[in-house]
Design a binder for this molecule. Structure first.
Ligand SMILES: [Zn+2]
Length: 435
């Protein structure tokens, strides 16, 4: 079914001037044409027409690193160092993690992400088939993988089973239009060299991406140096993982040679500024990474360390923190941040052909409602989007040519049900920690 979508503003891509009072023709999951609404309507009288007179259409945003189901841990424990937070709160509860918790947590996360214009996200967690089920029901696009580590997992038991599950998912979803399966060794401090090599062997056999946390904190760098005599990037390089099929989350603690190494090897980076700030990990050298030519995108990380999945405010943070640290307001301008969240984000997750709204590109888009006090007046759409908009300003989302949210309502699943389920799960988690 053809669709014509008109709006006050269309942000075609990060490097094109915005269009005013124009429309998009959507056909077979792709943008088929851009032009005058009346012309498109007369050429395609059979198309359904959707008008957003106060709307700003943008290419759907990519959240390139999260653990969606961790919505269930939001606000459980804050203001702690990463290792304390993980070892005292997250790991003990995750030992008793239940399949249905992961499912409902993911559903709530998807609702939250849609409300900030996210149309594609990368996820690494436990019981990942439950996240995949939530993604399929929601109709959103995603790259997903079961988190792998040496100790037994509540999701799959011993590591061997986790590797087998990963292979099974890779086979099951091969060629899926909206789902890419990732191979996700958790980190170099939770995975032995053997585990990392096994993960890479599976990924290569299927042409899949490896996704890992890397160089997040100073402690991690010291630990890996003490254990293996090398810094984390060199360690991965030695094991054969550092190549153009690797997506690393964080990359905060990098030295200049490592930035060059990433560029030379084609490593992709998911920059998670708010999580890094909240956990006191530091700030990734994003400007240097981009200047070196590294595909650098943006992620929220899990909602237990952020504490939200609002990619719009994450864009603002990404830009502001670079300016503040460098005493230079020209650094990481809005246009670059918008590029990171759209085209580079889709590219980082292997969804080539998404992230722009030109003919032939994916019909993945979000509509921001400009009829709000903090989005008025309309001097510069890009400025409003990066520096003023926030989650909740999005009134409609289309993925692969289908509306999955419209009129401020998620259409593909019951958002309120997910909210109530996560409320109940939160109570179960608190009673578990009291014991
Ligand atoms: Zn993470």
């Amino acid at each position: 079914m053809k669709k014509i979508v008109s709006a006050k503003v269309i942000m075609v891509s990060w490097d094109k001037e915005p269009l005013f009072h124009k429309a998009l023709l959507v056909e077979d999951g792709k943008v088929a044409a851009l032009g005058e609404r009346e012309v498109l309507v007369s050429q395609h009288p059979e198309a359904e027409v959707f008008d957003f007179p106060e709307g700003l259409i943008l290419p759907g945003l990519a959240n390139t690193h999260t653990h969606a189901s961790m919505t269930i841990f939001r606000g459980l424990a804050d203001d702690l160092p990463l290792m304390t937070w993980l070892e005292k709160y997250i790991f003990p509860v995750e030992k008793h993690l239940r399949r249905e918790w992961v499912y409902w947590g993911a559903k709530l996360a998807i609702a939250e992400m849609l409300r900030s214009g996210v149309t594609v996200f990368a996820d690494m967690y436990l019981f990942e088939p439950e996240v995949i089920r939530a993604v399929e029901e929601a109709g959103i696009r995603a790259a997903l993988g079961e988190g792998l580590f040496d100790f037994p997992s509540p999701g799959y038991g011993p590591l061997e089973k986790g590797l087998a599950l990963t292979e099974e998912l890779l086979r099951q979803y091969e060629g899926h239009p909206r789902i890419n399966i990732l191979v996700c060794p958790h980190a170099t401090y939770t995975c032995s060299p053997e585990t990392l090599k096994k993960a890479k062997e599976i990924a290569d056999r299927f042409g899949a991406l490896v996704h890992i946390h890397l160089s997040e904190t100073k402690e991690e760098v010291s630990l890996i140096k003490a254990r293996y005599g090398r810094r984390p990037p060199a360690h991965l390089d030695e094991l054969g993982l550092l190549d153009d099929r690797l997506l690393v989350a964080h990359a905060v603690q990098l030295v200049d040679e490592e930035i060059e190494l990433f560029a030379r090897k084609g490593v992709r980076v998911a920059h998670c500024p708010e999580s890094n700030l909240k956990l006191g990990s530091g700030v990734a050298p994003v400007v240097a990474l981009l200047e070196a030519g590294v595909t650098t995108a943006i992620g929220t990380d899990g909602p237990a360390s952020n504490n939200d999945l609002d990619l719009l405010t994450e864009l603002r943070t990404a830009a502001l923190v670079q300016k503040g640290l460098s005493f230079d307001p020209t650094r990481l301008p809005a246009k670059t941040v918008f590029r990171m969240a759209t085209e580079l984000g889709a590219e980082a997750l292997d969804f080539k052909g998404c992230g722009r709204l030109e003919p032939g590109w994916c019909a993945d888009l979000a509509v921001v409602d400009l009829g709000r006090p903090h989005l008025t007046p309309l001097h510069d759409p890009l400025s409003l989007l990066v520096y003023s908009a926030r989650g909740g300003d999005v009134e409609a989302v289309m993925v692969d040519g289908n509306w999955i949210m419209r009129g401020g309502r998620v259409l593909t699943f019951d958002e309120e049900e997910a909210r109530l389920q996560v409320q109940r799960i939160g109570e179960e988690i608190r009673s578990m920690l009291r014991k």
